[in-house]
Design a protein around this ligand. Structure first.
Ligand code: PMP
Length: 346
C-alpha cells in the first residue's frame, strides 16, 4: 500500500523557511513599515540551524565527514545547540567549547542534546590558550577524524545565508524590502543576506548591529583594529573582540551600537507588546531600529526587515529574570518600570 502518512523525514527538514511577521505596537512611533524575520521558528530555535545543516551537509558532499566523525566548534550556545541537533540525527559526535559568559540554561541545553561541553573563560584575549577558540583548535588537533566548523572564519557560514535566508526575505517581501537590520556576530547572517539582496537591488540598505565593547563598527569605519574598543559586555552572540573572516564588511552600509541595558529592556518590550518571546540580540536589533529611526534612516515607504535570531526561553536566567536585571542595575534608570504581575496568595 502506498504510504500516505504526511510526516517530515526528520527534524532537519524543518530548518529554514521561517515566517516574516509584521510588527505593530513596538513600531507605532516609528516612520516606515517593519517586519520581523523570526528565526526562533527553526526547530533548534535559532538562525544557527541553517549554518549547522549547510556546513555539515557540505562536508558530507565533499567526503570529509564519515559515520562516527566528530564535529568540533566554539559557540556562545546557539551554533552548538544546532550542531548537536544535527549531529544526533546524522550520527556524529559533537564537542563544543563555549564562553563562560553563556547562560547556564544554554550550557545545560547543549549537554541535553548529547554534546560534550568545555566552558572557557570569557574575558581572555582570543589568542590565549584558555580562550574558546584555542581550546577548540587544540581538541581538533587531538581528535582523529574531527572537523572544526570554525564559524567565524568559515565562508560556508555566509553561503548558508546567501542560499537560504536572503532568497526567503526577497520572496517574502516581493522584492520590496528597502532596509535590512541584522546583528553581527560571526557576520554570517548579515553578510550572506546582504550579498543576495544587493545582487537583486544594490540600493537596499544593510544595517549592522554591534555592541559597545566590540570592535566591529570601528573596524568597518576605519579598517583598523582598535584595542580600546574591546571591553566586557553582557549581550551574548553580538559583536566581537576580533575581526571575523565570515563578515563581508563591504556588503554592510553601516553599524549601530547598542547598550546592554536598552537591548535587555527592548527584548522584554517585544514580549509585552508583540507577543514575541525572543532572545537578547532580538532586543538589540529592535533597539538599533529605534536609534536608526531617530537618525532619520527611514521614510514612510521604507520596508524594513529585522532579523530576530533566537528564542527567549534561552534567557530565563538573564533578561527575563528580574533578579538578574536588578543585579545589573538595569532597573535603576527611570521610565523602565514594569507593572508587577506576580502575586503570591497565602
Ligand atoms: N544573535 C545570537 C543570539 C547569536 O547567537 C548570534 C551568533 N553569534 C548572532 C545574533 C549573530 O549572528 P551571526 O553570527 O550570523 O552574525
Amino acid at each position: 500500500m502506498e504510504n500516505k502518512i504526511n510526516a517530515y523525514n526528520s527534524i532537519l527538514d524543518l530548518v529554514g523557511n521561517t515566517p516574516l511577521i509584521k510588527l505593530n505596537k513596538t513600531t507605532e512611533s516609528l516612520t516606515g513599515n517593519f517586519y520581523a524575520k523570526v528565526e526562533a521558528f527553526n526547530p533548534g530555535h535559532s538562525s544557527k540551524d541553517r549554518i549547522a545543516v549547510y556546513i555539515i551537509e557540505e562536508a558530507e558532499r565533499r567526503g570529509i565527514l564519515k559515520p562516527g566523525s566528530t564535529i568540533i566548534e566554539t559557540t556562545s550556545g546557539n551554533t552548538g545547540f544546532s550542531l548537536a541537533m544535527v549531529s544526533i540525527v546524522k550520527g556524529y559526535d559533537c564537542i563544543l567549547a563555549v564562553s563562560s559568559k553563556s547562560s547556564q540554561d544554554k550550557i545545560d541545553m547543549l549537554r541535553a542534546m548529547g554534546a560534550k561541553v568545555y566552558v572557557c573563560p570569557a574575558h581572555v584575549s582570543a589568542d590565549d590558550p584558555r580562550s574558546y577558540y584555542e581550546v577548540a583548535k587544540r581538541l581538533h588537533e587531538e581528535t582523529d577524524g574531527s572537523i572544526y566548523i570554525n564559524q567565524y572564519f568559515n565562508e560556508l557560514n555566509i553561503e548558508a545565508h546567501y542560499k537560504t535566508t536572503g532568497p526567503e526575505i526577497w520572496e517574502q517581501t516581493n522584492g520590496q524590502i528597502t532596509h535590512l537590520v541584522a546583528c553581527s556576530g560571526t557576520g554570517g547572517t548579515i553578510s550572506g543576506i546582504a550579498r543576495y539582496l544587493k545582487e537583486q537591488n544594490p540600493d537596499i540598505r544593510i544595517l549592522g548591529v554591534d555592541a559597545y565593547g566590540s570592535v566591529l563598527k570601528k573596524f568597518h569605519e576605519t579598517q583598523e583594529f582598535d584595542h580600546n574598543e574591546v571591553y566586557p559586555y553582557r549581550i551574548e552572540g553580538l559583536g566581537k573582540n576580533l575581526i571575523p573572516a565570515a563578515t563581508d564588511f563591504e556588503a554592510i552600509d553601516s553599524y549601530t551600537k547598542v547598550t546592554d541595558e536598552e537591548s535587555a529592556h527592548m527584548a522584554r518590550t517585544l514580549a509585552h507588546t508583540e507577543g514575541l518571546f525572543l532572545g537578547y540580540t532580538s532586543g538589540a536589533a529592535m533597539q538599533a531600529v529605534h536609534q536608526l529611526n531617530a537618525e532619520g534612516e527611514f521614510s514612510e515607504n521604507s520596508n524594513v526587515v529585522i532579523i530576530f535570531p533566537d528564542h527567549g526561553s534561552r534567557y530565563m536566567s538573564k533578561v527575563y529574570s528580574n533578579e538578574w536585571m536588578e543585579s545589573q542595575g538595569f532597573f535603576d534608570t527611570k521610565n523602565t518600570e514594569e507593572p508587577q504581575r506576580v502575586e503570591f496568595i497565602k
